[in-house]
Design a protein around this ligand. Sequence first.
Ligand code: CDP
Length: 268
Amino acid sequence: MLLQKKFYSYLRREYFLLGQCLSFLHKHAYSIMRKIIITIDGFSSCGKSTLAKQLATKLNYVFIDSGAMYRAVTLYFLRNHVDWTNKDQVEEALKLIDLKFEYNSEAGKSDIYLNEENVEYVIRDLVVAEKVSEVAAVKEVREYAVAAQQLMGKRKGIVMDGRDIGTAVFPDAELKLFMTADPLVRVERRYKELFEKNPLVQIDEVKHNIEMRDYIDSNREFSPLRQAADAIVIDNSFISPDEQLKMAMDLAKERIKMAQQVEQRQSS
Ligand code: CDP
């Protein structure tokens, strides 16, 4: 009887440990597999960051919102009265800017820090949005941000969203997505987000800001917003976030498998 009890308790413990191992493997499966780089580019308010964050969580990858870097630089320029049309002023100011991302477990994503200050909330303001595309068009600012972004992707296992990620930052990324959505849907989405923070915001100013940024981003001289030739387009005007995630996850799994096969062929 005692032996039987001991045997059952032994079995329970073994099953428990097996369960723990399986759940660990499930959670970290993609960390063990060959890692890839996923880029998500597209117009303003297409839901790029939402998808990037979901993908990164599923794959246990790092998510980097490259737009946050341009917004943080813009915030610094505005606060310190830096004239971004003046090359010398820009170069001097960039030397004084330290940007870093730190994981925020509550938000399930990283927050951006500008010289040790968490500016994640303040950079989303329309005041910053009004100027960010002008600042992001400056050559020195782009070189500064792109160098930092490429460093973050050195070890792969990263999902980065922005405007030039698949074309200029990681032209060899294994999976490139280009997101688009109906302009009216985009305006409504961004208006809802901003209204939650500031009920005084007007839908017309949101619409104007989105149109203006899309125009500047697509027509600037240095790495304008373009769909990479090998990017896959996702129009999410009328699909749910879950459907969108499933499409992207299927593609990511396929590309991870392909990358693994290439690696195996190279090592054999
Ligand atoms: O969230 P939303 O798509 O509206 O914008 P964001 O990703 O926060 O980016 C803000 C601005 O930064 C964009 O309108 C671009 O001017 C600039 N940006 C860029 O030039 N290149 C990137 N890779 C990301 C953002």
